[in-house]
Design a protein around this ligand. Sequence first.
Ligand code: HEM
Length: 136
Amino acid sequence: MTTQNPRRLAVHPLIDEEMIRTLVHGFYARIREDEEIGPIFNGAIGDGWDAHLAKMCDFWSSVMLMTGRYKGNPMVVHSRLKTVRPEHFERWLALFRQTARTVCPAEIAELFIGRAEIIARSLKLGIFYQPGGIRA
Ligand code: HEM
């Protein structure tokens, strides 16, 4: 069971929950202040930031440590955010790269960034560019 020994499947042996927490909290602190995409987040999340941050720690724990703690459907959730445009993903990634390179050792930062880029790409494709896709 992955949940019994998450470290066994971790993407890198030095990644732990504490690092994920620092990255997630640092990233969303930047996001909330960002002129371009901050308002999308603040509008959707309102006063629910504690729950959102906890969920995002679960998400990255599932991605990087294979703990299976996140059980959601990001594609559906993002497709409901009507003000998100394809170019917002570049801004999201720029802030994520900056944060990861600030708070993680260099090699590990690139592992997080690589995963984020793949997921961002698949979300963007799913929302905007599928034939008969979720959103025109
Ligand atoms: C343009 C870029 C993005 C924007 C504006 C955005 C915005 C948001 C917002 C506002 C929420 C909260 C929705 C709600 O609670 O109603 C959310 C949830 C979430 N986002 Fe993003 N996001 C973006 C990109 C990404 C990327 C690249 C990832 C992953 C690498 C990601 C992962 C998630 C996850 C896992 C959730 C939680 C979904 C759930 O409720 O289960 N997002 N996002």
